[in-house]
Design a protein around this ligand. Structure first.
Ligand code: GDP
Length: 298
């Protein structure tokens, strides 16, 4: 997804190699090229402005190390600024002191929430937890069945509405699932909620009510990295409408430009916590800002 950005930045740094010293004019030219590369990759304009200002200030300041050559120094600064816009340190799940830990997934329809519930479940299981997936998406036809299939594949528990047991009321299903987890000795509850095709008041209201009733330790906003600047706008809407703790980027295996998704952490002030890059259970990882920055810088 970040191949073009990678190539553009590599070309920018190449022109600095071999220079014994870097003048302010070199720094201006380099930051101009970085600006264009980031904008072409669809990084949010406000984020690009901050980024470029940060690089310029550090590069022209007194922080340059004598141990590195000029090109290395600029790359080091760009790397630090990239890590910063991607959220800084890796942010791991905060587990509840008293189980179960409740993780709520929110996002638009098709973002990849149900798929992610399985991936997160399989990953938590491999880390020694006993997760329970909860089918609180009663909106989309087959969503409940899809979650059951995903849970079976991930070999984790699933809680789905039974006839006569809160069918049609996702808030009730979500609330009941916590008692079910306690009795069944599940230590993490992952609630899959209903999305809509676009930002919608009813969706926000339902997600907010599920949140109120289950008091999640983590409310994760799941977003398709392929949707461009809409990813940033939707993240802002969910942050304002529901309140989110962290972001999960999905479809990073796609061939869209992806820069918008990388802007979310900075724009909404919430960290990217996980990344999904395929349809299989194992196409999933904890998001490490430093590793993503290294990947982009090649
Ligand atoms: P939900 O409506 O948010 O629950 O979304 P789903 O989990 O049903 O996912 C929507 C579609 O995206 C499905 O066809 C998934 O297989 C697919 N999908 C989910 N995550 C990824 C991913 O990381 N990469 C790719 N290529 N497809 C994905």
């Amino acid at each position: 997804m970040f191949d073009t950005l990678q190539d553009r930045l590599a070309a920018t740094f190449k022109s600095l190699r071999g220079k014994g010293r870097i003048t302010d004019a070199d720094i201006d030219a380099t930051t101009r090229e970085i600006r264009v590369a980031l904008l072409e990759a669809d990084v949010n304009l406000a984020v690009v402005k901050d980024f470029v200002a940060g690089v310029k200030q550090k590069a022209k300041g007194s922080e340059l190390s004598k141990a590195l050559n000029p090109a290395q120094q600029i790359i080091k600064i760009v790397n630090e600024e990239l890590i910063d816009i991607l959220g800084g340190d890796t942010r791991f799940i905060r587990f509840a002191k008293q189980p179960p830990t409740v993780i709520m997934l929110a996002g638009l329809q098709g973002a990849g929430k149900t798929t992610l519930a399985g991936k997160l479940g399989a990953w938590l299981k491999s880390e020694g937890h006993s997760p329970l997936l909860v089918a609180a998406d009663l909106q989309r036809p087959n969503a409940v069945q899809q979650l059951q299939v995903v849970a079976e594949r991930a070999k984790v528990g699933v809680y789905a509405p039974q006839p006569g047991n809160g069918v049609g009321d996702p808030v009730q299903v979500a609330r009941d699932s916590i008692d079910h987890a306690r009795h069944g000795l599940f230590d993490v509850v992952i609630i899959d909620t209903a999305g809509r095709l676009g930002v919608d008041e009813e969706m926000m209201r339902q997600a907010s009510r599920i949140k109120e009733q289950t008091r999640p330790d983590e409310t994760l906003f799941v977003v398709d990295a392929m949707i461009g600047q809409d990813a940033v706008n939707t993240a802002l809407a969910f942050e304002q409408g529901v309140g989110i703790d962290g972001v999960v980027l999905t479809k990073l295996d796609g061939d869209a430009r992806g820069g918008a998704a990388l802007s979310i952490a900075k724009v909404i002030g919430r960290p990217i916590m996980f990344a999904s890059n395929g349809e299989k259970l194992e196409d999933f990882d904890v998001f490490h800002p430093d590793r993503m920055a290294s990947r982009i810088l090649g």
